[in-house]
Design a protein around this ligand. Structure first.
Ligand code: UGA
Length: 435
């Protein structure tokens, strides 16, 4: 099928590449000329497992191309996929400025009957409004219909999630649109659920917000474990055996980040508010997460009144491993406190350091190795569970640090491993190990 994709962010780029990989003829559109140039040369621009290989194969096979010329891309596409960003506005609502812009371009360009697929995460009811906007702006006598088809890819595993999804949600209002979407996903071996458009839009928010809630719940229980002498790892292990609870997304830590959970919890809460309904559980998840992001700073304060001239090592800057994305990362919440106090900070992150330099080019020394980062440090903060951290030799802490206090926001090491290592080790929801 001839498919055009609007937007080459995480979702658009991975979706376009994977649809090409599955045999469709795909053109991806972006306004950024420089980015399009890099993508054409096979450079994925973002760090995402397996993306480069898929991208280069499809470009070579001639099934995937990139352009800034939206008219030529949308003109004769059977399907146009909208996957531009819906950033958070100051009031927490989703900003639809980019969606509206693409809708107008589609209306101005399509010259054949087509189905528009909404992949961006949008407030419930947006598909109706965008469909009406496109139809009213059409410059050719064609039949256009919109389908809601949310994505469930996670950063770091985006290609795998897209090629082998656990479900495909098809939100449509006609069998015509249903047939087209089933054709798009013909080569995907996953349950396909055909639902109303509003339900499809809600499934996306309800899924993300439930996962955010699950994490905040576990983090609250973890904080209580610390006060009661229980161990969150043992607690979640015991909980996870119950199939009604499940063992995934029960990892306690220093809060969820990224471009999705923080934004989608706030957007659904905002949406419910304007309908006169208070989404209390989601509000609680948001509040718990805000304070959880600062939990390592609170722990550090039990040792240091302020961080002036304290030598700090930071391991991991990204909101999770296998991505270079810093959005809503707990490191970005905590590091400003350390910088403001005049701490001497060294940081390591295998792919996120370059992006972090844009925020703090001079205030932080960026190191190439964990070992150099730890040299002479008084406190080590761990914000991301990169494999290099989880697999490191923990005797490095006492060998390299001056006063080894390790604050682990991702429970990278077992308590057994950290015992008798000459290190004070504080993690999330587990007993403290004293040096
Ligand atoms: C999330 C969802 O997992 C995807 O299903 C969804 O499609 C995507 O949002 C989206 O809406 O586009 P993502 O934000 O990439 O994906 O990353 P996750 O793996 O879900 O992690 C989000 C945050 O939660 C990270 O900061 C991670 O450290 C944290 N987390 C995750 C925990 O603290 N504990 C856990 O048990 C799991």
């Amino acid at each position: 099928m001839k498919i055009a994709v609007a937007g080459t962010g995480y979702v658009g780029l991975v979706t376009g590449a994977c649809l090409a990989f599955k045999g469709h003829d795909v053109v991806c559109v972006d306004v950024d000329e420089k980015k399009v140039e890099r993508l054409r040369s096979g450079d994925p621009v973002i760090y995402e497992n397996g993306l480069e290989e898929v991208l280069q194969k499809c470009i070579k096979d001639g099934t995937l191309s990139f352009t800034t010329d939206y008219k030529s891309a949308y003109k004769d596409a059977e399907v146009v996929i909208i996957s531009v960003g819906t950033p958070e506005k100051k009031d927490g609502s989703a900003n639809l400025i980019y969606i509206n812009g693409v809708a107008d371009q589609i209306a101005d360009s399509v010259e054949r009957d087509c189905i528009i697929i909404m992949k961006s995460t949008v407030p419930i009811g947006t598909s109706d409004r965008i469909e009406a906007r496109i139809i009213s702006g059409l410059t050719h006598p064609v039949k256009v219909e919109l389908a809601s088809n949310p994505e469930f890819l996670a950063q770091g595993t985006a290609v795998e999630n897209t090629l082998n999804p656990d479900r495909i949600i098809i939100g449509v209002k006609s069998t015509r649109a249903e047939k087209v979407l089933l054709k798009v996903y013909k080569n995907f071996d996953a349950p396909k659920l055909v639902v109303k458009r509003h339900s499809a839009e809600m499934i996306k928010y309800a899924s993300n917000d439930f996962l955010a809630l699950k994490i905040s719940y576990v983090n609250e229980i973890a904080n209580l474990c610390e006060l009661t002498g229980a161990d969150i790892d043992e607690v979640t292990c015991g909980m996870g055996f119950d199939p009604r609870i499940g063992s995934s997304f029960l990892r306690a830590g220093t809060g969820y980040g990224g471009s999705c959970f923080p934004k989608d919890t706030k957007a659904l809460h905002w949406l419910s508010n304007i309908r006169g309904h208070e989404l209390k559980t989601v509000r609680a998840a948001i509040d718990v997460n805000e304070s959880q992001k600062l939990v390592l700073i609170k722990k550090a304060h039990s040792f240091y009144e302020n961080f002036t001239d304290v030598n700090i090592a930071v391991l991991g800057l990204t909101f999770k491993p296998n991505t270079d994305d810093l959005r809503e990362s707990p490191s970005l919440s905590c590091i400003p406190y350390l910088v403001d106090d005049g701490a001497k900070i060294k940081a390591w992150d295998p792919v996120g350091a370059e992006n972090f330099k844009k925020f703090y080019p001079d205030e932080i020394t960026y190191c190439d190795s964990i070992s150099d980062t730890l040299e002479g440090a008084d406190i080590c903060f761990i914000f991301t569970e990169w494999p290099d951290v989880k697999e490191m030799d923990v005797s490095e802490f006492s060998k390299k640090m001056r006063k080894p206090l390790v604050l682990d926001g991702r429970n990278c090491f077992s308590l057994k491993e950290m015992k008798n290592k000459g290190v004070t080790y504080m993690s999330i929801g587990r007993p403290v190990i004293k040096a």
